[in-house]
Every structure is written in C-alpha cells, then in structure tokens.
Design a protein around this ligand. Sequence first.
Ligand code: SF4
Ligand code: SF4
Length: 394
Amino acid sequence: MSTIQPTTRANPKVAVLSCDGYDPEILDKIIDQAAGEAGFPDITGKRILVKPNLLKAAAPEEAVTTHPGFVAAVLRFLWKRGAASIQVGDSPGHQNSRAVGKASGIFQAAMDGGASWVDFVPGEPRHAAGAKLVKSFRLASALDDCDLVVNLPKLKTHRLASYTGAVKNLFGLLPGLAKSSMHLRFSDKIQFGTMLVDLGLSIENSFHFLDGIVAMQGEGPGNGDPFPLGLVFASKDAAALDWVAASTIGYDPRKIPYLRDAMGRGGHALESPGIDTGSYVIEKKRAKGFKLLPYTAQANASLSEIPHYLEPLAMRFLAERPIFNKERCEGCSACIRICPAEALELGRLKDGKFQVLIDDKACITCYCCHEVCPVGAVSIGKIVWRPGRQRKGK
Ligand code: SF4
Ligand code: SF4
C-alpha cells in the first residue's frame, strides 16, 4: 500500500486528538489512541524506519524539528506493538544528520528509546506506480531494508509549498544533494508538487503521525514562530492527513498544488473529499490567529503565463525573491551551499559585514536559502530594483 493512494480509497481515515504538551504519560495514551482510530497496521516482527523532520540544527522549543518527546513516545509505542527493529534517520539539506539530531534532541531520544541511527545514502531505484513526472526515485537505502516507514513530520508553514506536513516530510528520504537536483528540475511550483506526489507513490508501506502540538507559524519552515496548536494527527494516508491539518490552520488545501494533485489522483472530489475525521470537526477547531504564508505557488505560476518580453516588468510586481539582510548575515555560507541554481555568492563590505549577492536571473525561487539560514537573515519579498541592490556578477 503506497503512501498516497493512486486508486480511489473511499473515505480515508484521519484521527485528530487534542494534546497540550509533550508529557510522556499523556503522549503515550494519545499516540496509542490516534493509532487505533487511524488503523495502525500489525507490526509484529517488522523492521521500522522512523523519519522525523530534521530540517536543521535547532532546539526543540523552536518548533523547527519534530519534538524529541514526540519521537520518544512513538518509539515506545512501536516496541509495544512488537517491532523487531527500529531505525531513525533523515537527510537535512546542508548539515550532518547526527549534528542536527543532537541539537534537536532527537538523536538522544532515539538512543534512549532503543533505536539505531541511520545515515541516508542512495538505495535501489524505486518504481512510482501511477507517477506523472518521475517514474522512479533513488531514496535512502534504509527503505530497502524496512517493512514500514513511520513518518513523523512537524506541522509548519512553508515558503515554497505554503504548508508542510506528512507529504513534504517524505522529500527528506531523498539523500543529500538529490533534493537540490529535484528543485532544479522542477522549478515550476506546480510541477514540484506533482513530483512530491510521485515520490509518495514510490513508498509502499507507511503510517504518519503529525506533531501539531506546537506548530510553526509565519516564516516557516525554518524561521517561523512556535504556535501552541495542541493537536496530534494520525493516518495511513499522508495527503488526507495534510488536507485536514492544512485546513485546521486556515489554508484552503485546494490552493496548495501538491495536496490538490494528491487528492485528485486518489479520486476524491476536491469540494468534498470525504475524509473521515470521526468526531473532529475542522470548522469548530480552526486555529485562530495562526500566521499563514501566502500561496506562493500561485504568484510564481502566474509569472510563467506572461509573455517573455513583459517578464522583467512582471518580475518586479509578481516574483517573490530572497532578500539578504547584511545586518544579520554571519557569513556561514549555508545558503550558498544549498542553492541548487548556484545563484549566490558571498561578498564582504568595507565595514567588514557580509553581503550575499544574488543572480536574480538564475534564481529559481525554491527558497532553500530561506529555509536553512540559521539567523533569519533571508526574507522573501518582491524585488525592488533600486540602485543599491547587490547582485551577483555586478
Ligand atoms: S537564491 Fe535561494 S531561492 Fe534562489 S535558487 Fe538559490 S536557494 Fe533557491
Ligand atoms: S544569509 Fe544566512 S545562511 Fe546565508 S551566509 Fe548569511 S547567515 Fe549564512
């Protein structure tokens, strides 16, 4: 059974439970109940790969990564259900996974929880049945030796995709720089979303627990603010789970390309996808005051529909590009290393401050630089053509 169902699955089940914090005793009960309601499979004697969100090194309270208490509770649950072995791993964009694991507390949670740590390297090609754009993926080899992926995303806003949860977290199963090449290949936001759904189709067995206890609002996925949402989501169906979670924080999931595509491919009517949430009623629980990001995919997609000769003018009004703040920049080069388009260069000003220079024409607006900056020196906004804008090669 793949992560995203290419064929019609009538009324996918999504369990949503309230949980105010990461207290182990309470969380154990919530995970147990959520799994039961969402139809967690029999894992007696099975090999499990646990995939948290390890975007970058950050303390648990920053809500950048899955909370270590959440990971620990799921590990206890998996052993209790009879797992034979558990590996924990992820592939952060530009940092070593163990370093990120240690900073986030997840490495320790894995060790204390009796799991082993796995570094992701490319495995065998995996066929994505029903794919539209990418027919096969070389995901982490850890998948080749596991019976079930237990996906543990963090609920966050996301500059490129608007929202990130279960479907987007699986992108981290692509080891290292393979992620950059996907950004480069699918710079169009709609196509990028289609690729994400294809990737989900290549994973045969998975289950998803979304950490929405403390979510991230605003400048996600790397530099937003924690938001105490107090919810745990669970499902066999990544897209249905995300549909419910994105709706809960106030998005219209039909405007998020990969969710629209995934649910459409599953044969669900987008006006009323028929997700079974039990007694949970989204309209009653919708989060108030959650700071959302705009639907960036739409703004950038509309740019591609404009005649070529009008592009420079249109870019001025439509395109949202990274803007580098020299007052905050510490010159760590993380943004330069992650940039798939090689559009960035590090410069030094006379006063000793660092200034990141950008080639606006090369930039594919993937926003990876925004994700990884450790000090929030990258914001996203409309280009302002002013004499002082520092541009690479100028
Ligand atoms: S400059 Fe930033 S947004 Fe542009 S391609 Fe590079 S990483 Fe992506
Ligand atoms: S903008 Fe951020 S990521 Fe880029 S060099 Fe400066 S501090 Fe590092």
